[in-house]
Ligand binder design. Structure first.
Ligand SMILES: Cc1ncc(C[n+]2csc(CCOP(=O)(O)OP(=O)(O)O)c2C)c(N)n1
Ligand SMILES: [Mg+2]
Length: 516
């Protein structure tokens, strides 16, 4: 039986394992919308801004390791989604973007929405293609999904007339990918160097920070007494009681440089060399000193867990992970007026086993990570690319990916307002996402950076660009307006009560934490 291009696209995506489509479609994607109705297997979820769709695809991909589809409208729609795709690219998240394009015969008329979509996709995608005919559509979809499997963004642009064209059923694609084998020789060399190091460091990112990677890293630490580190903005880590502590490299350069000083060998598994977030005059941009030998193991097509296991074998480490691991926590709840420290301590003390924490607390989130070393086992994500506004969409996607796990989004106020519409998707889908707003009524980090630059008193413009308190944002009304129940708290006791109750209830909830 014949079918149109859009049906071929959707059928192929389904056979290749796509289950979720975060979408904001327009006229040029209507055949795909219709095909999603005609074909079972893919659930479509509306995001009210493309940054919500792409950020949700990021959260979904980080949690499942497989791509969701983001369906976006032409160049402007894709452009709206780019900032969160930037974070996804840095987080090595698999994503399949499908972007509608004007009919090929209409493009030459330069209609209002026409734009160089390919140029936009290239800035964030490891794989980009504009489909040239219905005959190659199934192959294009299959190749895109295959390419995304290695942790890349794959963007397929599909002209409207190709979606509408009819062809015999060619939806036969099946994307499977296998990692490249571990390079035994470089692992042997690294093992020799690591064993002879006086003070070795192991910097982990990507899947190396998930439980199987941490177990393998623990074997290595048993054989060689090395210290572990995670990048300041790692993608996704398993953490807590029973897992080794992997300290996060601090944001400000002086603290980061101090933490990583004195190591003669740093082995980086799936991690880039740590660099400071910005270039500050007179401060080195590279966190590790010149004297530290850097060894990179695991390219983008290799499996970091397999690399770590091979390294453990080469070091003669025992099969089972032991060594220093965090013990169950005995955090004591603070009391009284909320501060960032007390809010983070309360969260760390109350977060349940198996929670997913999407951390975009910016300055209010600084104290959080170190407090969770002994919390019940959980998964924690950070922005990865430093582009703010990833938190609420990412929490939404994580909740779609893991409906049985509570998601807690520790969310700075300024950053929340980039993609606040994600609350509506959380309400519509009934997702168990608890948003903790760090309401400090400012872009505090920018104020801290001003102070670093020696600027202690601001003029009107500096105030205008860093304060968000006039008018004060009414978080409870905003959340309710999007269909999410909300409360405001300003004490530890209030936060404790509301967080416990939100954890016990299904569905989304927002807690406005009023901070100094
Ligand atoms: C897309 C994007 N726009 C702007 C910035 C610059 N920026 C970084 S943090 C920040 C403000 C953060 O304020 P908030 O989220 O309230 O956190 P706080 O600093 O108050 O803790 C801005 C504007 C950025 N990193 N990414
Ligand atoms: Mg703020």
């Amino acid at each position: 039986m014949g079918m149109n291009g859009a049906e071929i696209l959707v059928r192929t995506a389904t056979t290749c394992g796509i289950e979720i489509c975060f979408a904001n479609a327009g006229t040029t994607e209507i055949p795909i919308v219709m095909a999603l109705d005609k074909t079972s297997g893919i659930k479509a979820i509306l995001g009210l801004f493309e940054g919500v769709c792409t950020g949700a695809a990021d959260g979904y991909g980080r949690m499942t390791g497989k791509p969701a589809m983001a369906l976006l409208h032409l160049g402007p729609g894709f452009a709206n989604g780019i900032a969160n795709l930037h974070d996804a690219r840095r987080a090595v998240t698999p994503i399949l973007n499908v972007i509608g394009e004007h009919a090929t015969w209409h493009l030459r008329n330069d209609p209002p929405l026409a734009m160089d979509v390919e140029a936009l996709t290239r800035t964030v995608s490891g794989w980009t293609r504009t489909n040239t005919s219905i005959q190659t559509l199934s192959r294009d979809v299959t190749e895109a999904i295959h390419a995304s499997g290695f942790g890349q963004i794959a963007s397929l642009i599909v002209p409207h007339d190709h979606q509408l064209a009819e062809a015999p059923d060619t939806a036969t694609g099946r994307a499977s990918f296998v990692f490249d084998p571990v390079d035994e020789r470089s692992v042997e060399q690294a093992a020799r160097r690591f064993r002879s190091a006086k003070k070795p460091a192991l910097v982990l990112d990507g899947r190396a920070l998930r439980k199987p990677g941490l177990d393998a890293a623990s074997r290595i630490r048993k054989a060689v007494n090395c210290d572990f580190f995670a990048p300041t903005f790692f993608s996704c880590a398993d953490r807590g009681s029973g897992l080794p502590d992997v300290p996060r490299i601090p944001y400000f350069p002086e603290a980061a440089i101090a933490m990583l000083s004195g190591y003669d060998v740093a082995l980086l598994v799936r991690a880039h060399e740590p660099v400071t977030f910005f270039g500050y005059p007179g401060v080195p941009g590279r966190v590790l000193s010149e004297a530290t030998e850097k060894i990179y193991l695991c390219d983008t097509r290799q499996d970091p867990v397999a690399v770590l296991e091979a390294l453990g074998d080469a070091l003669g480490a025992g099969r089972h992970a032991t060594g220093p691991q965090a013990r169950p926590s005995s955090l004591v709840l603070p009391a009284g007026g909320l501060t960032p420290e007390k809010a983070c301590l309360t969260l760390a003390a109350l977060q349940p086993e198996n929670a997913i924490i999407v951390e975009e607390g910016i300055t209010s989130g600084f104290p959080y990570y170190p407090l969770t070393v002994s919390a019940p086992q959980h998964t924690v994500m950070t922005t990865a690319g430093g582009s703010i506004g990833y938190g609420m969409p990412c929490a939404t996607g994580a909740a779609i990916a893991c409906p049985d796990r509570p998601v807690i989004n520790l969310q700075a106020d300024g950053s929340a307002l980039y993609t606040i519409q994600a609350l509506w998707t959380q309400a519509r889908e009934g997702l168990h996402v608890i948003t903790l707003i760090c309401n400090n009524r400012s872009y505090r980090i920018v104020q801290m950076e001003l102070a670093r630059a020696g600027i202690m008193s601001y003029g009107d413009n500096a105030h205008a660009l860093t304060d968000i308190d006039g008018p004060c944002i009414d978080w409870v009304s905003l959340a309710r307006g999007f269909g999410v129940p909300a409360v405001s708290v300003n004490t530890v006791e209030g936060l404790t009560r509301e967080l416990k109750s939100a954890l016990a209830e299904p569905g989304p909830q927002l807690i406005d934490m009023v901070l100094p």
